[in-house]
Design a protein around this ligand. Structure first.
Ligand SMILES: Nc1ncnc2c1ncn2[C@@H]1O[C@H](COP(=O)(O)OP(=O)(O)OP(=O)(O)O)[C@@H](O)[C@H]1O
Length: 345
């Protein structure tokens, strides 16, 4: 039986928490219409951490914004479905989506200062999430906000309730964002570059906090990041995006042993590693093509070190190569190309 708009389906226990299928996002505009994200399919299971990686402009943020119903006004979902916990989010109206965001799905963004309200105390901002979603009175919600501030590692939480965001460091502000994101006991946290704007030592602390929360709250995480170190450290599965497509989907450890797309392999080779000679560090030539200028064949072909004209100038299908792995490289899928990882297995 299919569920009506915004309703839960009769989901079986094995159904993933988040299932994105064939997601296609475009920029309408008659002759100027451009595809930004195309045929993106992946899943996040309960408690699982999945990374969305790829260079700037590959479509990571649009994909995560689409899940949250927060796409910029100019762009639209043209095809596909996004099921969260049995509910088709693309059929939800604004009110239903507001109940999802900050409720069962928490959000953390790169710049806490642009997400926090500068004119409200951090206590009231966290309390507001609980008032909105759980209907708590302000006094009750503020008590919970204090517990949440302690939970995310902010000392003297009762006193800090009355602080404004600008009175806190970047790391503390990100902790406040995380406290607000977990205020209603979410099942899924969508974190878009949550540590990128922070100093390296603070990045490590925030990742540690996210790891603890994941474990304690059985929280699934969709992590948008450029950082393969963070991916290796934190995630179970990885979705590698390139020019609006998924290039490869794989369990994280397999990515480092045996990448299944030349783009993934090039990303790995571009990461400095202790013990590897500096000269072996490679740069991916050229740039990600912008939307409207994608090549007709494999989108990575013009930059690919393994390109073979007759195969790679044709569109590439998203192909399963194992139960838990997919690639959009025809050469890899046919066994014609075997790529080496940066870790030997
Ligand atoms: N509001 C918008 N209007 C038009 N095009 C957009 C808009 N937002 C994003 N795009 C385009 O969509 C494509 C994907 O953008 P997106 O922000 O999802 O990439 P990203 O992989 O998250 O990059 P970054 O890592 O820099 O955030 C890019 O070509 C971008 O220019």
């Amino acid at each position: 039986m299919t569920a009506g708009p915004g309703q839960r389906s009769d989901a079986g226990a094995a159904e993933p928490l988040l299932a994105v299928k064939g997601l296609t996002i475009d920029l309408p505009g008659g002759a100027r219409q451009r595809g930004l994200v195309e045929d993106v399919t992946f899943e996040v299971r309960k408690g699982q951490a999945v990374a969305l990686i790829g260079e700037s402009g590959c479509g990571k943020s649009l994909t995560s914004m689409a899940i949250l119903g927060l796409l910029p006004a100019a762009v639209r979902v043209a095809a596909g479905s996004i099921h969260f916990d049995g509910v088709d989010l693309l059929t939800c109206n604004r009110k239903q989506l507001r109940k999802v965001r900050g409720g069962p799905v928490g959000m953390v963004f790169q710049e806490p200062m642009s997400s926090l309200n500068p004119t409200m105390t951090v206590g009231d901002q966290i309390a507001e999430v609980r008032r909105l979603h759980l209907g708590e009175r302000r006094s009750v919600a503020l008590k919970e906000a204090s517990k949440l501030l302690s939970r995310v590692g902010i000392p003297n939480a009762d006193r800090r309730l009355g602080s404004y965001p600008h009175e806190m460091s970047g790391g503390m502000q990100q902790r406040v964002m995380i406290a607000a994101a977990i205020a209603c006991d979410p099942k899924l946290l969508i974190a878009d570059e949550p540590t990128t704007a922070l100093d390296v030592t603070i990045q490590a602390e925030i990742l540690e906090l996210l790891r603890d929360l994941r474990r304690d709250l059985d929280l699934a995480v969709l992590l948008v990041t450029h950082d393969l170190g963070v991916v290796a450290d934190f995630c179970d599965d990885v979705v590698v995006m390139y020019a609006g497509h998924i290039a490869e989907r794989t369990p994280v450890d397999r990515l480092f042993y045996e990448p299944q797309h030349p783009y993934s392999s090039a990303l790995l080779a571009a990461v400095p590693q202790a013990g590897r000679a500096r000269t072996s560090l490679t740069v991916i030539p050229g740039r990600v093509p912008s939307a409207g200028h994608f090549p007709g064949g494999c989108r990575f072909e013009p930059r690919c070190a393994h390109s073979v004209e007759d195969v790679c100038r044709r569109p590439q299908a998203d192909t399963a190569i194992a139960d838990d792995r997919r690639t959009r490289c025809g050469r890899v899928a046919s066994g014609d190309l075997i790529l080496k990882g940066t870790v030997r297995g």
